[in-house]
Design a binder for this molecule. Structure first.
Ligand SMILES: [Zn+2]
Length: 1161
């Protein structure tokens, strides 16, 4: 065989040496290869497929081409012997940038493709071009997108563009070649992000537009041109170029007025228009040309002429056009001015109930939300209604919004919102500096300063003289009280405290409440149980006494009824609420209706902290009455919106203008069995567990008085979504609505609604008082002290619990005074009331008669700060103390006057450490608003370094694995606990949290944050249930029990304990049998309905959809074409069937079927 020189090639060898060239039918060969590759071959295999394809091409080439191709085929096997920089340059075309066009023939296997591409670019005969196109299409459609990407990487897009340019030159372009070429270009270009830029550089854009202009009447040609223009628009500059050359007009004329002929062309035109409108320049032009009303009219027409839902893709494409147009303010204004909102709302409402129209509902709702004018929240100022002059700061200092904004981004221990985008930041946030990780900073104060904390170690000074005076212990005549009445053990324990009575003060419930109390007759059952009743009145007195001492910024004089009367967990577990499909849309559409029909909106302020005339429940006849001027309450303003609908605005944390999440308010004046909708409209987090089965809690005074004093999960139609309000001073920020509907059981009841089970400061004080009186001092050493006064003038309670020494002899006292310490804290974040319930469980367990509790008391001294932020709790804040700062970011350098509780807790810890009593465990209890279950965060240098991918040799770092023992134990014994949610990483952004500072500066190995869900569990026996106070208290109890693992080697257990807990004690210490999970993993299940926050995004057509359209056009018989390129084949990917002989085609189809069968096995 002769070997004529082919272009720039040089070659050696002969065709006969080419393997695989013998005997096989070419098409079969392709298929053999593509068959191998069908499941998405590697690049090398892909290259092999292309090689085989070019072999096949050789067979179908007319004789002269065979020579050149044969030579190239031969060369392909010996490619390492030459280099080739492509044919484009040599052709002397206008292209100058060599880099993207360089068709590097560097891999031996790549040359088959090069052959195909170079054939394409040569001005050759029609048949060989068609053959090439056909082979390429066949190859590209057989495998995955990977083949197309491979071809793109080899300069495929450029080759196709060149071929396009060649074919369009001259007076009458040959459409027999152009149509398949355009189709292939659309398919390939759709996967090539750079196609627009390449087309611009190769000057292929305007010729294509010109081609369209001349062929608008030929539906098939027009569609082919449109798809190509559409993929060119992947580059905004290309879209602008087309727009500037009157492309918008050409295309808009193809779609307007409504016309159901040639729907493929119409759809291609609308999709192309949508792509063009990605350019802001085009958007403005489109608005100026009045296209918005045109598009709306079209949308309406297509909707009303589509009873059988045949044109849904066209309708959707129109919505995409509108979505793009409304990216500009002009577009949004035009949309509203042209009545687009009303139209869309009507059409969308009619679509909601129709199956199969989800793809229209979603963009339509997005569009309406986007166009809904954003407005400021109806407040004169975002700043909290309450402020407090801080020591050492001017009054105006605190509201530095920009500063607060930053700190808001720096989310808390519990609440990091982890988007995918944040993952990278999260990795960056890991502390990887080994010197920082392994250094132990000097204490932030002197040993002399620390001595004051000896005061907080009463166990060191108490002389136990009373042990000699056994008679001092009361003979409790109240023991019998235990047996009657309230079944709950903690209440029973508390009832033991009915030992001494103090003079009670005036009841402090709200006047409204008292009126209501008078109206209601207490249930007889309660009266019958005198014991319980007596205990309960004692409890009430304790509450009142405590409340009377409580200081609030607003000067609250009253306690909410539930805090005063008490709460018992309802019987049974409460399942997570099911989410109704379309609930979010339904609510959003209701909101949009509000905008469209302002005449239906009452919009009357009925409660306003800023206006004294609205501050107490009035006797308005036609609306509910709201009130929240009580401890932990935080309602700022309420508007009556529609007959049974209210907008609620929460007060910001004192001395800040944000942190809206926690809520607690009283509502009265209701009619039974009427659904009332409540919207809390100034929430700030981007998502909430309210979208995943969580309900708010409600307490009914009437129910309580009838013997059911329960906070219960309540509310239906719950969802959480972004609204169209922005803070009054921060226009760029978004706000979110939590909406829920409550149907009250009783007329004229007084009910309380809250984010989570409230637990007030007064309740804590009352509980501590009851607890103190409940313990037997012969067994339990219980001391209640004040850690320090707070900024707001409250006392921060501090508790020491341990076992009293059995005697005053030296040995017993020595053991007593040298017990190691465990330090527990909670509620640094006031909104995290779950942490208080966990703490309540811990405290009650530690004071209980349980043998494990007794063992733990004998082993440890427990130092407990049950509420690190009393002021925040009292004043109903979510996150901060009165200083307006997150107290869990102050641990590194706590300010004695602004963060006194942190300053002194840290002081105590440093004191313990300085006296050789470094705590064995420190744990700070929190609540987590984004996750389910209960879990721990700890500190591990090794895990942090591993996680960050740090190359430091961690084997030289000495780190005892003991930090995992407690979480592993909890995973076994605590039903709500999940080890898989734990993590032990040290983040820079957390450097000033309790956990990290106590680990690093105090040297506590087991320093933890315990996070409890507000929602419920997705594992264990509580799976699918919301968490209640019983489960939270149980968690506190289990946490204490888990500490037993630490003292198993040091204690002489009595036999009772061993039988009790032997199973718990054989836990081994192996460090890494669980995989560490990162807190940034999103553990949310997918919402039934996607949460539509991204109103600016719209999904455009996917690749498959475009392929389907293009293939449809290829096989179109819609329009007779002059070139009579008819196609009778329904084969999915056949571009130019007329060019392939009948025989091979049949074989081809059978092969394809074979391939498909093989795929499916
Ligand atoms: Zn927290």
């Amino acid at each position: 065989m002769s070997r004529p020189p082919v272009g720039p090639f040089t070659h050696k060898g002969s065709l006969q040496k080419q393997p695989g060239a013998s005997g096989q039918p070419p098409v079969a060969l392709i298929h053999q290869t593509s068959n191998i590759l069908h499941s998405g071959g590697e690049t090398q295999e892909t290259a092999r497929a292309f090689n085989a394809a070019s072999l096949q091409l050789r067979k179908t080439q007319p004789e002269p081409r065979i020579h050149s191709l044969a030579a190239q085929m031969f060369l392909s096997g010996r490619a390492s012997h030459f280099t080739w920089s492509g044919t484009l340059k040599e052709r002397g075309n206008s292209y100058t940038g060599s880099e993207p066009l360089r068709v590097g023939m560097t891999a031996p296997g790549s040359s088959g493709l090069e052959v195909l591409l170079s054939t394409l670019q040569r001005v050759g005969d029609v048949e060989s071009t068609l053959n090439t196109l056909n082979v390429l299409d066949e190859l590209l459609s057989a495998g995955t997108d990977r083949r197309i990407h491979y071809m793109i990487s080899k300069g495929g897009s450029e080759a196709l563009l060149m071929a396009l340019q060649n074919t369009t030159q001259g007076l009458s372009p040959d459409f027999s070649v152009l149509i398949p070429l355009l189709h292939l270009l659309a398919k390939v270009g759709h996967r090539d992000r750079g196609i627009g830029v390449k087309a611009e550089k190769l000057e292929a854009v305007l010729p294509t537009l010109e081609l369209l202009r001349h062929n608008v009447k030929n539906a098939r040609r027009a569609a082919a041109c449109l798809w190509v223009l559409r993929v060119f628009c992947s580059s905004v500059s290309t879209a602008t170029l087309i727009g500037n050359n009157r492309g918008l007009d050409v295309i808009f004329r193809l779609i307007s007025p409504h016309n159901t002929q040639h729907t493929r062309r119409v759809r291609a035109a609308i999709d192309t228009l949508a792509a063009l409108l990605r350019s802001k320049v085009n958007c403005r032009a489109a608005v100026a040309k009045g296209y918005v009303s045109g598009l709306l009219k079209l949308y309406e027409d297509w909707h009303s002429h589509d009873p059988n839902l045949e044109h849904v893709p066209i309708r959707r494409a129109l919505l995409h056009c509108l979505l793009h147009v409304t990216s500009s303010q002009e577009g949004r204004s035009a949309m509203v001015a042209e009545g687009g909102m009303t139209l869309l709302l009507q059409i969308t409402q009619s679509c909601l109930a129709v199956a199969g129209l989800e793809c229209l509902v979603k963009p339509a709702v997005q569009l309406m939300r986007k166009c809904l004018p954003r407005c400021p929240i109806p407040l004169t100022s975002d700043q909290s209604a309450y402020s407090l002059l801080l020591p050492g700061r001017s009054n105006t200092h605190w509201d530095a919004d920009t500063k607060l904004d930053d700190s808001f981004e720096d989310e808390s221990e519990d609440d990091t919102e982890h988007d995918e985008a944040d993952c990278h930041d999260y990795e960056d946030d890991l502390e990887t500096d080994v010197s920082v990780l392994s250094s132990r900073p000097q204490p932030d104060r002197s040993v002399e300063e620390l001595e004051q904390y000896a005061r907080l170690c009463p166990e060191l000074h108490h002389n136990f003289r009373e042990l000699d005076l056994a008679s001092e212990v009361e003979d409790s005549s109240d023991e019998d009280l235990l047996n009657g009445g309230l079944e709950n053990s903690s209440w029973a324990k508390m009832s033991r405290s009915v030992r001494s009575r103090r003079k009670s003060q005036q009841p402090s419930a709200s006047s409204d409440l008292q009126t209501n109390l008078q109206k209601m007759t207490p249930c007889g059952e309660e009266e019958k149980d005198l014991n319980a009743h007596e205990f309960h009145s004692h409890y009430l007195r304790c509450q009142q006494e405590a409340a009377a001492q409580t200081q609030s910024v607003a000067g609250y004089s009253i306690l909410a009824f539930p805090d005063f009367w008490g709460h018992l967990p309802p019987p049974g577990l409460e399942p997570m609420a099911p989410r109704r499909p379309n609930i979010q849309r339904k609510k959003v559409l209701e909101d949009i209706q509000r905008f469209l029909c302002p005449q239906d909106v009452i919009n009357k302020v009925i409660f306003d902290l800023d206006d004294p005339s609205y501050q107490s429940p009035s006797d308005q006849q036609d609306s509910l009455r709201f009130f929240s001027k009580f401890e932990c309450g935080n309602l700022r303003k309420v508007m009556h919106i529609r007959r049974h609908e209210y907008d609620l605005i929460l007060n910001a944390d004192v001395n800040t203008s944000q942190h809206h999440q926690w809520f607690y308010f009283e509502v009265s004046g209701m009619v039974a069995n009427v659904p009332y909708r409540f919207n809390i409209i100034n929430c700030e987090k981007v998502n909430s567990q309210f979208n995943y089965g969580m309900q708010p809690v409600m307490y009914s005074v009437r129910e309580a008085l009838e013997g059911r004093p329960h906070w219960v999960r309540s509310g239906t139609e719950i969802c959480y979504y972004r609204n169209n309000f922005h803070p009054s001073c921060r226009k760029g920020s978004s706000l979110y609505t939590l909406t829920f509907t409550v149907t009250f059981k009783h007329d004229e009841d007084v009910c309380y609604l809250a984010y989570h089970y409230p637990y007030s400061y007064s309740a804590l004080q009352a509980h501590l008082q009851l607890l103190q009186r409940s313990v037997d001092p012969r067994k339990v050493f219980f001391r209640r002290q004040s850690l320090c006064p707070t900024l707001g003038g409250n006392s921060c309670p501090f508790v020491t619990i341990t076992a009293s020494p059995p005697s005053r002899n030296w040995k017993d006292l020595h053991q007593f005074r040298n017990r190691p310490c465990v330090v527990l804290t909670a509620r640094v974040h006031p909104g995290e009331s779950n942490a208080s319930w966990v703490m309540k469980g811990s405290l009650e367990f530690l004071c209980s008669d349980d043998p494990i509790a007794q063992t733990l008391r004998e082993a440890y001294v427990f130092k407990i700060v049950p509420m690190l932020n009393p002021d925040g709790v009292v004043n109903g804040t979510q996150r901060c103390s009165l200083s307006g700062e997150d107290q869990n970011r102050q641990w590194m350098k706590p300010d004695i006057s602004l963060s006194p509780t942190i300053f002194h807790t840290k002081g105590l810890l440093l004191y313990l450490s300085s006296t050789g009593r470094t705590p064995v465990v420190f744990c700070d209890f929190h609540g987590h608003s984004r996750k389910k279950n209960v879990f721990l965060y700890g500190c591990s240098v090794k895990e942090t370094l591993w996680q960050s991918g740090c190359t430091v040799d961690t084997s030289v770092l000495k780190e005892p694995p003991g930090y995992r023992m407690i979480p592993k134990m909890l995973d076994r014994i605590a039903p709500a606990f999940s080890f898989n949610s734990c993590n032990f990483l040290i983040e820079k952004s957390r450097a000033s949290t309790a956990r990290v500072v106590v680990w690093r500066e105090v040297g506590v190995l087991r320093s933890y944050t315990m996070e409890s869900t507000y929602n419920g569990c997705d594992q264990g026996i509580y799976k699918g249930f919301q968490i209640g106070t019983r489960q939270l208290e149980e968690m506190g109890q289990k946490f204490c029990q888990s500490l037993l693992i630490l003292c198993r080697n040091r204690l002489d257990y009595n036999s009772k304990i061993i039988s009790h807990v032997s199973a718990l004690l054989d836990l081994d210490d192996s460090p890494l049998d669980h995989k560490s999970h990162n807190c940034f993993e999103d553990d949310e299940p997918p919402c039934v309905e996607e949460i539509e926050y991204h109103t600016h995004r719209c999904a455009d057509l996917g690749g498959d959809e475009l392929d389907a359209e293009v293939n449809g056009n290829a096989s179109s018989t819609e329009e007779e074409d002059n070139n009579a390129l008819q196609c009778h084949s329904n084969d999915k990917f056949q571009l130019c069937p007329s060019s392939v002989q009948q025989g091979p085609r049949e074989r081809l189809s059978s092969h394809r079927r074979l391939c498909r069968n093989m795929d499916s096995t």
